[in-house]
Design a binder for this molecule. Structure first.
Ligand code: BG6
Length: 484
Protein backbone atom coordinates (compact mmCIF):
# COMPACT_ATOMS: atom_id res chain seq x y z
CA UNK A 1 0.00 0.00 0.00
CA UNK A 2 1.27 3.49 -0.86
CA UNK A 3 2.76 5.61 1.87
CA UNK A 4 0.36 8.43 2.55
CA UNK A 5 -1.00 11.21 4.75
CA UNK A 6 -4.51 10.75 6.09
CA UNK A 7 -6.26 14.06 6.82
CA UNK A 8 -9.38 13.71 8.94
CA UNK A 9 -11.80 16.66 8.90
CA UNK A 10 -14.28 16.58 11.77
CA UNK A 11 -11.67 14.76 13.85
CA UNK A 12 -13.25 15.68 17.20
CA UNK A 13 -16.74 14.54 16.18
CA UNK A 14 -18.81 11.56 17.12
CA UNK A 15 -18.23 9.60 13.94
CA UNK A 16 -14.47 10.01 14.20
CA UNK A 17 -14.52 8.97 17.83
CA UNK A 18 -16.73 5.91 17.40
CA UNK A 19 -15.80 4.64 13.97
CA UNK A 20 -13.00 6.28 12.02
CA UNK A 21 -10.27 6.52 14.65
CA UNK A 22 -10.89 2.95 15.90
CA UNK A 23 -10.86 1.76 12.26
CA UNK A 24 -7.50 3.41 11.58
CA UNK A 25 -6.06 1.90 14.72
CA UNK A 26 -7.39 -1.59 13.91
CA UNK A 27 -5.88 -1.39 10.44
CA UNK A 28 -2.62 -0.43 12.07
CA UNK A 29 -2.80 -3.25 14.60
CA UNK A 30 -3.57 -5.78 11.88
CA UNK A 31 -0.67 -4.55 9.73
CA UNK A 32 -2.99 -3.15 7.13
CA UNK A 33 -1.59 0.38 7.09
CA UNK A 34 1.29 1.48 4.87
CA UNK A 35 4.74 1.12 6.41
CA UNK A 36 4.88 4.92 6.68
CA UNK A 37 1.97 7.30 7.19
CA UNK A 38 0.75 10.24 9.24
CA UNK A 39 -2.72 11.15 10.41
CA UNK A 40 -3.63 14.82 10.69
CA UNK A 41 -6.83 15.63 12.55
CA UNK A 42 -8.66 18.90 11.82
CA UNK A 43 -11.60 20.25 13.78
CA UNK A 44 -12.95 23.40 15.37
CA UNK A 45 -11.75 22.50 18.87
CA UNK A 46 -8.78 24.61 19.84
CA UNK A 47 -6.64 21.62 20.79
CA UNK A 48 -2.91 21.07 20.94
CA UNK A 49 -1.37 17.99 19.34
CA UNK A 50 -1.17 16.36 22.78
CA UNK A 51 -4.85 17.04 23.47
CA UNK A 52 -5.79 15.38 20.19
CA UNK A 53 -3.60 12.40 21.03
CA UNK A 54 -5.37 12.11 24.38
CA UNK A 55 -8.73 12.29 22.61
CA UNK A 56 -7.67 9.49 20.30
CA UNK A 57 -6.52 7.31 23.20
CA UNK A 58 -9.81 7.89 25.02
CA UNK A 59 -11.78 7.04 21.84
CA UNK A 60 -9.80 3.84 21.37
CA UNK A 61 -10.26 2.89 25.02
CA UNK A 62 -14.00 3.15 24.60
CA UNK A 63 -14.64 2.02 21.04
CA UNK A 64 -11.76 -0.01 19.65
CA UNK A 65 -12.26 -3.75 19.12
CA UNK A 66 -8.64 -4.14 20.19
CA UNK A 67 -7.62 -3.64 23.80
CA UNK A 68 -5.18 -0.77 23.90
CA UNK A 69 -3.88 -1.66 27.36
CA UNK A 70 -2.44 -4.79 25.76
CA UNK A 71 -0.60 -2.81 23.12
CA UNK A 72 2.89 -2.06 24.39
CA UNK A 73 3.68 -0.19 21.19
CA UNK A 74 0.68 2.10 21.19
CA UNK A 75 3.01 5.10 21.33
CA UNK A 76 4.18 4.26 17.80
CA UNK A 77 0.62 4.85 16.60
CA UNK A 78 0.13 7.95 18.73
CA UNK A 79 3.37 9.43 17.37
CA UNK A 80 1.79 9.52 13.94
CA UNK A 81 -1.05 11.79 15.06
CA UNK A 82 -1.00 15.54 14.41
CA UNK A 83 -3.66 18.19 14.81
CA UNK A 84 -4.66 21.52 13.29
CA UNK A 85 -7.47 23.65 14.82
CA UNK A 86 -9.58 24.31 11.76
CA UNK A 87 -12.35 26.54 10.51
CA UNK A 88 -13.54 25.10 7.18
CA UNK A 89 -14.51 28.55 5.91
CA UNK A 90 -11.18 30.22 6.67
CA UNK A 91 -8.71 29.85 3.80
CA UNK A 92 -5.82 30.73 6.12
CA UNK A 93 -6.37 27.49 8.04
CA UNK A 94 -5.91 25.51 4.82
CA UNK A 95 -2.53 27.12 4.35
CA UNK A 96 -1.54 26.20 7.91
CA UNK A 97 -2.69 22.63 7.22
CA UNK A 98 -0.89 22.52 3.88
CA UNK A 99 2.36 23.73 5.46
CA UNK A 100 2.17 21.06 8.15
CA UNK A 101 1.45 18.27 5.67
CA UNK A 102 4.32 19.36 3.47
CA UNK A 103 6.73 19.64 6.40
CA UNK A 104 5.78 16.12 7.56
CA UNK A 105 6.09 14.72 4.03
CA UNK A 106 9.61 16.18 3.81
CA UNK A 107 10.71 15.09 7.28
CA UNK A 108 9.32 11.59 7.00
CA UNK A 109 10.19 11.13 3.38
CA UNK A 110 6.56 10.50 2.41
CA UNK A 111 5.39 10.86 -1.19
CA UNK A 112 2.69 13.47 -1.79
CA UNK A 113 -0.17 11.00 -1.47
CA UNK A 114 -3.03 12.66 0.37
CA UNK A 115 -6.27 11.15 1.60
CA UNK A 116 -8.83 13.73 2.73
CA UNK A 117 -11.70 12.35 4.80
CA UNK A 118 -14.76 14.58 5.29
CA UNK A 119 -16.44 13.42 8.50
CA UNK A 120 -18.18 16.70 9.12
CA UNK A 121 -21.52 18.48 8.66
CA UNK A 122 -22.61 18.05 5.02
CA UNK A 123 -22.85 21.80 4.40
CA UNK A 124 -19.04 21.85 4.48
CA UNK A 125 -18.39 19.03 2.00
CA UNK A 126 -18.10 21.27 -1.04
CA UNK A 127 -16.57 24.15 0.94
CA UNK A 128 -13.65 21.97 2.01
CA UNK A 129 -13.19 20.34 -1.38
CA UNK A 130 -13.07 23.69 -3.16
CA UNK A 131 -10.85 25.35 -0.54
CA UNK A 132 -8.39 22.45 -0.58
CA UNK A 133 -7.85 23.18 -4.24
CA UNK A 134 -7.82 26.94 -3.76
CA UNK A 135 -5.08 26.67 -1.13
CA UNK A 136 -3.01 24.32 -3.28
CA UNK A 137 -3.32 21.19 -1.12
CA UNK A 138 -4.57 19.15 -4.04
CA UNK A 139 -1.63 20.13 -6.18
CA UNK A 140 0.44 17.02 -5.55
CA UNK A 141 3.10 14.96 -7.25
CA UNK A 142 1.50 11.74 -5.94
CA UNK A 143 -2.25 11.14 -5.66
CA UNK A 144 -5.15 12.83 -3.88
CA UNK A 145 -8.43 11.24 -2.80
CA UNK A 146 -11.55 12.48 -1.09
CA UNK A 147 -13.74 10.33 1.14
CA UNK A 148 -17.19 11.83 1.70
CA UNK A 149 -19.68 10.76 4.33
CA UNK A 150 -23.41 10.76 3.78
CA UNK A 151 -25.77 12.48 3.20
CA UNK A 152 -24.67 13.38 -0.31
CA UNK A 153 -27.27 16.12 -0.88
CA UNK A 154 -30.88 16.10 0.30
CA UNK A 155 -32.48 15.69 -3.13
CA UNK A 156 -31.35 15.36 -6.71
CA UNK A 157 -30.81 19.08 -7.26
CA UNK A 158 -28.70 19.69 -4.17
CA UNK A 159 -26.71 16.49 -4.71
CA UNK A 160 -26.05 17.52 -8.26
CA UNK A 161 -24.89 20.98 -7.19
CA UNK A 162 -22.64 19.43 -4.55
CA UNK A 163 -21.21 17.04 -7.09
CA UNK A 164 -20.48 19.84 -9.56
CA UNK A 165 -18.58 21.77 -6.88
CA UNK A 166 -16.64 18.77 -5.62
CA UNK A 167 -15.67 17.83 -9.14
CA UNK A 168 -13.97 21.18 -9.70
CA UNK A 169 -11.31 19.91 -7.28
CA UNK A 170 -11.49 16.10 -7.48
CA UNK A 171 -12.07 13.81 -10.41
CA UNK A 172 -14.87 11.21 -10.06
CA UNK A 173 -12.21 8.48 -9.77
CA UNK A 174 -10.76 10.33 -6.75
CA UNK A 175 -14.08 10.62 -4.91
CA UNK A 176 -15.03 7.86 -2.47
CA UNK A 177 -18.65 8.31 -1.31
CA UNK A 178 -19.22 6.24 1.78
CA UNK A 179 -22.22 4.06 2.37
CA UNK A 180 -21.13 2.06 5.37
CA UNK A 181 -23.59 -0.75 4.55
CA UNK A 182 -21.37 -1.53 1.57
CA UNK A 183 -18.56 -2.20 4.03
CA UNK A 184 -20.55 -4.85 5.88
CA UNK A 185 -19.21 -8.34 5.54
CA UNK A 186 -22.45 -9.98 4.43
CA UNK A 187 -23.42 -7.19 2.02
CA UNK A 188 -20.05 -7.65 0.33
CA UNK A 189 -20.69 -11.37 0.40
CA UNK A 190 -23.93 -11.12 -1.59
CA UNK A 191 -22.09 -11.17 -4.90
CA UNK A 192 -19.99 -14.12 -3.76
CA UNK A 193 -23.05 -16.05 -2.59
CA UNK A 194 -24.79 -15.35 -5.87
CA UNK A 195 -21.97 -15.67 -8.37
CA UNK A 196 -19.66 -18.26 -6.80
CA UNK A 197 -22.38 -20.88 -6.23
CA UNK A 198 -23.98 -22.59 -9.17
CA UNK A 199 -27.01 -23.63 -7.14
CA UNK A 200 -28.47 -20.13 -6.78
CA UNK A 201 -28.15 -18.45 -10.16
CA UNK A 202 -30.62 -20.76 -12.01
CA UNK A 203 -33.23 -19.90 -9.36
CA UNK A 204 -32.46 -16.20 -9.07
CA UNK A 205 -35.37 -14.88 -11.12
CA UNK A 206 -39.12 -14.42 -11.33
CA UNK A 207 -39.76 -18.05 -12.24
CA UNK A 208 -38.51 -19.31 -8.87
CA UNK A 209 -38.68 -16.35 -6.50
CA UNK A 210 -42.01 -14.98 -5.35
CA UNK A 211 -40.73 -11.93 -3.45
CA UNK A 212 -37.70 -10.47 -1.72
CA UNK A 213 -37.76 -8.64 1.61
CA UNK A 214 -35.06 -6.30 2.88
CA UNK A 215 -35.37 -5.19 6.48
CA UNK A 216 -33.19 -2.91 8.55
CA UNK A 217 -34.76 -2.34 11.94
CA UNK A 218 -33.28 -0.63 14.96
CA UNK A 219 -34.22 -0.54 18.61
CA UNK A 220 -32.69 2.86 19.23
CA UNK A 221 -34.72 6.02 18.79
CA UNK A 222 -33.48 9.28 17.38
CA UNK A 223 -30.89 9.58 20.20
CA UNK A 224 -29.20 13.00 20.28
CA UNK A 225 -29.48 13.49 16.54
CA UNK A 226 -32.84 15.27 16.29
CA UNK A 227 -31.35 18.35 14.62
CA UNK A 228 -30.14 16.17 11.74
CA UNK A 229 -32.91 13.57 11.77
CA UNK A 230 -35.79 16.05 11.77
CA UNK A 231 -34.81 17.19 8.30
CA UNK A 232 -33.78 13.75 7.06
CA UNK A 233 -36.30 11.18 8.27
CA UNK A 234 -35.99 7.48 7.57
CA UNK A 235 -36.40 8.02 3.82
CA UNK A 236 -33.25 10.10 3.40
CA UNK A 237 -31.38 8.57 6.34
CA UNK A 238 -31.75 4.92 5.37
CA UNK A 239 -33.73 4.30 2.17
CA UNK A 240 -31.93 6.57 -0.31
CA UNK A 241 -28.61 4.95 0.54
CA UNK A 242 -28.42 1.73 2.57
CA UNK A 243 -31.70 0.12 1.51
CA UNK A 244 -31.29 0.87 -2.19
CA UNK A 245 -27.68 -0.30 -2.07
CA UNK A 246 -28.75 -3.67 -0.66
CA UNK A 247 -31.46 -3.85 -3.34
CA UNK A 248 -28.88 -3.27 -6.05
CA UNK A 249 -26.57 -5.96 -4.69
CA UNK A 250 -29.32 -8.54 -4.47
CA UNK A 251 -30.90 -7.76 -7.85
CA UNK A 252 -27.99 -6.91 -10.15
CA UNK A 253 -27.05 -9.01 -13.16
CA UNK A 254 -23.74 -10.88 -13.07
CA UNK A 255 -21.02 -8.40 -14.05
CA UNK A 256 -18.93 -9.21 -17.12
CA UNK A 257 -15.85 -9.13 -14.88
CA UNK A 258 -15.36 -8.85 -11.16
CA UNK A 259 -13.87 -5.39 -11.40
CA UNK A 260 -15.01 -2.11 -9.93
CA UNK A 261 -16.65 -0.46 -12.92
CA UNK A 262 -18.23 -3.65 -14.25
CA UNK A 263 -19.87 -4.21 -10.87
CA UNK A 264 -21.00 -0.63 -10.50
CA UNK A 265 -22.34 -0.65 -14.06
CA UNK A 266 -24.58 -3.59 -13.20
CA UNK A 267 -25.71 -2.04 -9.92
CA UNK A 268 -26.74 1.16 -11.60
CA UNK A 269 -28.82 -0.74 -14.16
CA UNK A 270 -31.00 -1.93 -11.30
CA UNK A 271 -31.82 1.65 -10.42
CA UNK A 272 -32.52 2.43 -14.05
CA UNK A 273 -35.06 -0.39 -14.08
CA UNK A 274 -36.65 0.58 -10.79
CA UNK A 275 -40.27 1.42 -11.49
CA UNK A 276 -41.10 5.10 -11.05
CA UNK A 277 -44.42 5.61 -9.31
CA UNK A 278 -47.13 8.13 -10.06
CA UNK A 279 -48.47 10.15 -7.11
CA UNK A 280 -51.30 7.66 -6.62
CA UNK A 281 -48.97 4.69 -6.81
CA UNK A 282 -46.75 6.23 -4.14
CA UNK A 283 -49.78 6.39 -1.86
CA UNK A 284 -50.50 2.70 -2.29
CA UNK A 285 -46.93 1.37 -2.37
CA UNK A 286 -45.15 3.42 0.30
CA UNK A 287 -46.01 3.39 4.01
CA UNK A 288 -44.55 5.82 6.48
CA UNK A 289 -44.78 5.78 10.25
CA UNK A 290 -43.67 7.47 13.44
CA UNK A 291 -43.02 5.75 16.76
CA UNK A 292 -45.10 6.31 19.82
CA UNK A 293 -44.05 5.49 23.36
CA UNK A 294 -43.78 1.86 24.37
CA UNK A 295 -41.40 -0.71 25.74
CA UNK A 296 -38.15 -1.69 24.08
CA UNK A 297 -36.16 -4.53 25.61
CA UNK A 298 -38.20 -4.19 28.80
CA UNK A 299 -37.59 -0.45 29.15
CA UNK A 300 -40.17 2.30 28.80
CA UNK A 301 -39.36 4.72 26.03
CA UNK A 302 -41.00 7.96 24.90
CA UNK A 303 -42.60 8.59 21.54
CA UNK A 304 -40.79 10.46 18.77
CA UNK A 305 -42.71 13.69 19.43
CA UNK A 306 -41.46 13.72 23.04
CA UNK A 307 -37.82 13.24 22.11
CA UNK A 308 -35.52 16.17 22.88
CA UNK A 309 -35.12 18.52 19.93
CA UNK A 310 -38.13 17.17 18.00
CA UNK A 311 -40.83 19.69 16.99
CA UNK A 312 -44.11 19.01 18.89
CA UNK A 313 -46.05 18.50 15.67
CA UNK A 314 -43.21 16.99 13.66
CA UNK A 315 -44.18 15.00 10.59
CA UNK A 316 -40.78 13.38 10.23
CA UNK A 317 -41.08 9.66 9.53
CA UNK A 318 -39.12 7.18 11.64
CA UNK A 319 -40.34 4.20 9.61
CA UNK A 320 -40.70 3.48 5.92
CA UNK A 321 -41.91 0.35 4.17
CA UNK A 322 -42.31 0.16 0.41
CA UNK A 323 -43.06 -2.22 -2.40
CA UNK A 324 -40.71 -1.84 -5.35
CA UNK A 325 -40.57 -3.38 -8.79
CA UNK A 326 -37.57 -3.84 -11.01
CA UNK A 327 -38.91 -3.83 -14.52
CA UNK A 328 -36.44 -6.03 -16.33
CA UNK A 329 -36.43 -9.54 -17.73
CA UNK A 330 -35.19 -11.23 -14.58
CA UNK A 331 -37.48 -9.56 -12.09
CA UNK A 332 -40.70 -8.74 -13.94
CA UNK A 333 -43.59 -9.13 -11.52
CA UNK A 334 -41.52 -9.87 -8.38
CA UNK A 335 -42.22 -7.46 -5.54
CA UNK A 336 -39.23 -6.27 -3.50
CA UNK A 337 -40.40 -5.14 -0.09
CA UNK A 338 -38.14 -2.89 1.94
CA UNK A 339 -38.66 -1.77 5.49
CA UNK A 340 -36.65 0.29 7.94
CA UNK A 341 -37.47 1.94 11.22
CA UNK A 342 -36.29 3.11 14.59
CA UNK A 343 -37.58 1.90 17.98
CA UNK A 344 -38.64 -1.43 16.59
CA UNK A 345 -38.71 -4.82 18.23
CA UNK A 346 -35.19 -5.88 17.33
CA UNK A 347 -31.96 -4.63 15.86
CA UNK A 348 -31.66 -6.58 12.68
CA UNK A 349 -30.64 -6.18 9.09
CA UNK A 350 -31.50 -9.08 6.86
CA UNK A 351 -32.57 -10.01 3.37
CA UNK A 352 -35.12 -12.76 2.85
CA UNK A 353 -35.53 -14.37 -0.55
CA UNK A 354 -38.83 -16.24 -0.67
CA UNK A 355 -39.18 -18.94 -3.30
CA UNK A 356 -42.38 -19.93 -5.00
CA UNK A 357 -44.42 -22.71 -3.44
CA UNK A 358 -44.63 -26.21 -4.81
CA UNK A 359 -48.04 -27.78 -5.57
CA UNK A 360 -47.83 -29.35 -2.11
CA UNK A 361 -51.49 -30.20 -1.62
CA UNK A 362 -51.14 -32.96 -4.13
CA UNK A 363 -48.52 -34.84 -2.20
CA UNK A 364 -48.59 -34.29 1.54
CA UNK A 365 -51.01 -35.01 4.31
CA UNK A 366 -53.10 -32.33 5.92
CA UNK A 367 -51.00 -32.11 9.09
CA UNK A 368 -48.06 -30.95 7.10
CA UNK A 369 -47.03 -27.41 7.70
CA UNK A 370 -45.43 -26.62 4.40
CA UNK A 371 -43.81 -23.30 4.12
CA UNK A 372 -42.15 -21.55 1.19
CA UNK A 373 -38.44 -22.12 0.94
CA UNK A 374 -36.57 -19.05 2.08
CA UNK A 375 -32.97 -18.02 1.88
CA UNK A 376 -32.10 -15.46 4.54
CA UNK A 377 -28.93 -13.42 4.53
CA UNK A 378 -28.23 -12.04 8.00
CA UNK A 379 -26.29 -8.82 7.75
CA UNK A 380 -26.36 -7.40 11.24
CA UNK A 381 -25.85 -7.95 14.17
CA UNK A 382 -25.52 -11.67 13.45
CA UNK A 383 -23.87 -12.53 10.17
CA UNK A 384 -24.61 -15.61 8.17
CA UNK A 385 -27.22 -17.33 6.05
CA UNK A 386 -30.00 -19.79 6.51
CA UNK A 387 -31.98 -21.86 4.09
CA UNK A 388 -35.38 -23.12 5.08
CA UNK A 389 -36.43 -26.39 3.44
CA UNK A 390 -39.29 -28.82 3.98
CA UNK A 391 -38.37 -32.20 5.39
CA UNK A 392 -40.48 -35.13 6.58
CA UNK A 393 -40.42 -35.59 10.32
CA UNK A 394 -39.23 -39.07 11.21
CA UNK A 395 -41.60 -41.73 9.84
CA UNK A 396 -44.62 -39.50 10.47
CA UNK A 397 -45.58 -38.60 6.94
CA UNK A 398 -45.68 -35.01 8.18
CA UNK A 399 -43.52 -32.51 6.38
CA UNK A 400 -42.22 -29.42 8.16
CA UNK A 401 -39.76 -26.62 7.49
CA UNK A 402 -36.22 -27.17 8.75
CA UNK A 403 -33.42 -24.69 8.66
CA UNK A 404 -29.89 -25.17 7.43
CA UNK A 405 -27.79 -22.53 9.09
CA UNK A 406 -24.44 -21.01 8.52
CA UNK A 407 -23.29 -18.43 11.05
CA UNK A 408 -20.22 -16.27 10.76
CA UNK A 409 -18.10 -15.73 13.85
CA UNK A 410 -18.39 -11.98 14.41
CA UNK A 411 -16.32 -11.49 17.53
CA UNK A 412 -13.47 -9.19 16.69
CA UNK A 413 -14.06 -9.25 12.95
CA UNK A 414 -13.17 -6.08 11.01
CA UNK A 415 -15.82 -3.40 11.01
CA UNK A 416 -17.37 -1.83 7.92
CA UNK A 417 -15.26 1.31 8.29
CA UNK A 418 -12.04 -0.68 8.40
CA UNK A 419 -12.84 -2.42 5.15
CA UNK A 420 -13.86 0.78 3.42
CA UNK A 421 -10.90 2.88 4.58
CA UNK A 422 -8.57 0.05 3.60
CA UNK A 423 -10.16 -0.08 0.14
CA UNK A 424 -9.90 3.69 -0.33
CA UNK A 425 -6.25 3.62 0.69
CA UNK A 426 -5.74 0.96 -1.99
CA UNK A 427 -7.69 2.96 -4.56
CA UNK A 428 -10.44 0.35 -4.78
CA UNK A 429 -13.82 2.05 -5.14
CA UNK A 430 -15.93 -1.06 -5.72
CA UNK A 431 -17.81 -0.62 -2.45
CA UNK A 432 -18.26 3.14 -2.74
CA UNK A 433 -21.13 4.79 -4.53
CA UNK A 434 -20.60 6.25 -7.95
CA UNK A 435 -22.26 9.53 -8.88
CA UNK A 436 -24.77 7.92 -11.27
CA UNK A 437 -25.94 5.59 -8.47
CA UNK A 438 -26.41 8.51 -6.09
CA UNK A 439 -28.22 10.62 -8.64
CA UNK A 440 -30.60 7.84 -9.73
CA UNK A 441 -31.32 6.99 -6.11
CA UNK A 442 -32.34 10.60 -5.48
CA UNK A 443 -34.49 10.60 -8.61
CA UNK A 444 -36.46 7.69 -7.18
CA UNK A 445 -36.64 9.23 -3.71
CA UNK A 446 -37.62 12.79 -4.68
CA UNK A 447 -41.26 12.09 -5.68
CA UNK A 448 -41.70 10.06 -2.49
CA UNK A 449 -40.38 12.87 -0.33
CA UNK A 450 -42.69 15.27 -2.17
CA UNK A 451 -45.58 12.98 -1.30
CA UNK A 452 -44.40 12.99 2.33
CA UNK A 453 -44.31 16.79 2.30
CA UNK A 454 -47.84 16.85 0.87
CA UNK A 455 -49.70 14.90 3.51
CA UNK A 456 -48.90 11.25 2.73
CA UNK A 457 -50.69 9.25 5.49
CA UNK A 458 -48.61 8.97 8.66
CA UNK A 459 -49.18 5.76 10.63
CA UNK A 460 -48.11 5.59 14.21
CA UNK A 461 -46.62 2.47 15.73
CA UNK A 462 -45.87 1.49 19.24
CA UNK A 463 -42.20 1.38 20.16
CA UNK A 464 -40.93 -2.18 20.44
CA UNK A 465 -43.11 -3.56 17.64
CA UNK A 466 -42.51 -4.44 14.00
CA UNK A 467 -44.00 -1.17 12.76
CA UNK A 468 -47.48 0.01 11.72
CA UNK A 469 -50.18 -2.39 10.61
CA UNK A 470 -50.19 -0.70 7.20
CA UNK A 471 -46.76 -2.20 6.55
CA UNK A 472 -48.15 -5.71 7.11
CA UNK A 473 -51.08 -4.92 4.84
CA UNK A 474 -48.70 -3.93 2.06
CA UNK A 475 -47.67 -7.59 1.86
CA UNK A 476 -50.97 -9.16 2.88
CA UNK A 477 -52.68 -7.63 -0.13
CA UNK A 478 -50.26 -9.64 -2.30
CA UNK A 479 -50.73 -12.82 -0.25
CA UNK A 480 -47.39 -12.51 1.56
CA UNK A 481 -46.19 -11.68 5.07
CA UNK A 482 -43.00 -10.29 6.53
CA UNK A 483 -40.62 -12.99 7.71
CA UNK A 484 -39.92 -11.56 11.14
C1 BG6 B 1 -26.76 5.44 9.67
C2 BG6 B 1 -27.97 6.22 10.01
O1 BG6 B 1 -26.36 5.67 8.35
O2 BG6 B 1 -27.02 4.06 9.85
C3 BG6 B 1 -28.43 5.95 11.41
O3 BG6 B 1 -27.70 7.61 9.87
C4 BG6 B 1 -28.59 4.47 11.65
O4 BG6 B 1 -29.65 6.61 11.70
C5 BG6 B 1 -27.35 3.71 11.17
O5 BG6 B 1 -28.78 4.26 13.02
C6 BG6 B 1 -27.58 2.22 11.23
O6 BG6 B 1 -26.39 1.57 10.94
P1 BG6 B 1 -26.10 0.09 11.45
O7 BG6 B 1 -24.76 -0.23 10.89
O8 BG6 B 1 -26.12 0.14 12.95
O9 BG6 B 1 -27.20 -0.76 10.92
Amino acid sequence: MDRQTFVLFGASGDLSKRKIIPALYSLYRDNNMPDKFNIVGCARSDWSREEFQQFVLASLGEFSRHRIDEDRNISNFVDKLYYVPFDATNIQDYHVLGDLIQKLENEDNLPQNRMFYLAMAPEFFDVVAVNLKEAGLTNVTGWKRLIIEKPFGRNFDSASELNDRVSTAFDESEVFRIDHYLGKEMVQNIEVIRFANSIFEPLWNNRSISNIQITSSETVGVEERASYYESAGALRDMVQNHMLQMLMMIAMEPPSRLNTEAIRDEKVKVLRSLRKYSEDEILTNVVRGQYQGGKVAGKDVVGYLDEPGVAPASTTETFVAAKLFIDNFRWAGVPFYIRTGKRMQSKTTKIVVEFRSTPEKLFFNKDSNLSSNTLTIFVNPSQGMSLSINVEQEKSGVVEPNVIDFARETKNSPEAYERLIFDAMNNDSTFFTRWDEVSLAWKWIDPVSRSFANGHPMHSYESGTTGPAASDELLASDGFRWWN
